[in-house]
Design a protein around this ligand. Structure first.
Ligand code: ATP
Ligand code: MG
Length: 224
């Protein structure tokens, strides 16, 4: 089981509708194994975020097959997709997406509410994960009292608190200075070493070089 792929895409296409159709992804076939640490790069508008959203079950492919943890997800309803997403996937956004009025602890505990976990256990788990990302002393801080790098650590803690098999990070270092960005990538690498499958988007060659495999998307297609 541990050797079977976590992500298998077979000729995935995604077309945004509306007045002007955009063929954002065309014929993407790729296989990603457990514990891989993968960078996705490519020019702006090439389809990276669209691919991440399909991987994260936030978008349904227009055509093609997508098996996640061995199960076909293409063709599922949005509520079925939400269930899969909540149990298997953590997502980190470039702009952190934290709740401004909630403490670091409550931001991180939020996904555990959806998972139906009680208050005391939620606080304990959230605290444990904040310690793991080096923010044990910032648990009651609000997002506006945290630096960019600290906010991204909170976002990573929130994404991993449910122990997802897969962590997707769409330009997690895009809003950070280089040194802070590198520390975030180092943290993702440590999580991959623990067995989590990690896929991140980055334009920065130095960050991309940290990955064990890099995938390039050019003009909606896999390059190379
Ligand atoms: N909601 C949408 N409706 C219509 N077209 C869209 C939508 N979102 C993205 N697109 C188009 O799909 C293409 C791929 O967009 P996507 O966001 O995946 O690119 P990206 O590689 O992540 O770019 P960036 O590096 O700038 O984040 C672009 O041409 C974009 O204009
Ligand atoms: Mg993008």
């Amino acid at each position: 089981m541990s050797n079977s792929p976590v992500i298998e895409m077979d000729k995935i296409c995604y077309t945004y509708g509306g007045a002007r159709q955009v063929f954002a992804l065309q014929d993407i076939s790729l296989t990603i194994g457990a514990g891989e640490f993968i960078a996705i790069s490519g020019p702006s508008g090439s389809g990276k975020s669209t691919l991440m959203h399909i991987m994260g079950c936030m978008l349904t492919p227009t055509s093609g097959g997508y098996r996640l943890l061995g199960e076909e997800v293409a063709g599922r309803t949005s509520s079925q997709m939400a269930k899969i997403r909540n149990s298997a996937i953590g997502f980190v956004f470039q702009n952190f997406n934290l709740l401004p009025r909630a403490s670091a602890l409550n931001n991180v505990a939020l996904p555990l509410i959806y998972a139906g976990i009680g208050g005391k256990e939620r606080r304990e788990k959230a605290q444990e994960v904040l310690k793991k990302v080096g923010l044990g002393k910032r648990i009651s801080h609000h997002p506006n009292e945290l630096s960019g790098g600290e906010k991204q650590r909170v976002a990573i803690a929130r994404a991993i608190v449910t122990r997802p098999r897969i962590l997707l990070a769409d330009e997690p270092t895009g809003n950070l200075d280089r040194a802070t960005g590198k520390s975030i990538i180092a943290m993702l690498k440590d999580l991959a070493a623990e067995g989590m499958t990690i896929i991140f988007v980055s334009h920065d060659l130095e960050m991309v070089a940290e990955a064990t495999r890099s995938i390039q998307i050019i003009d909606s297609r896999l390059a190379g």
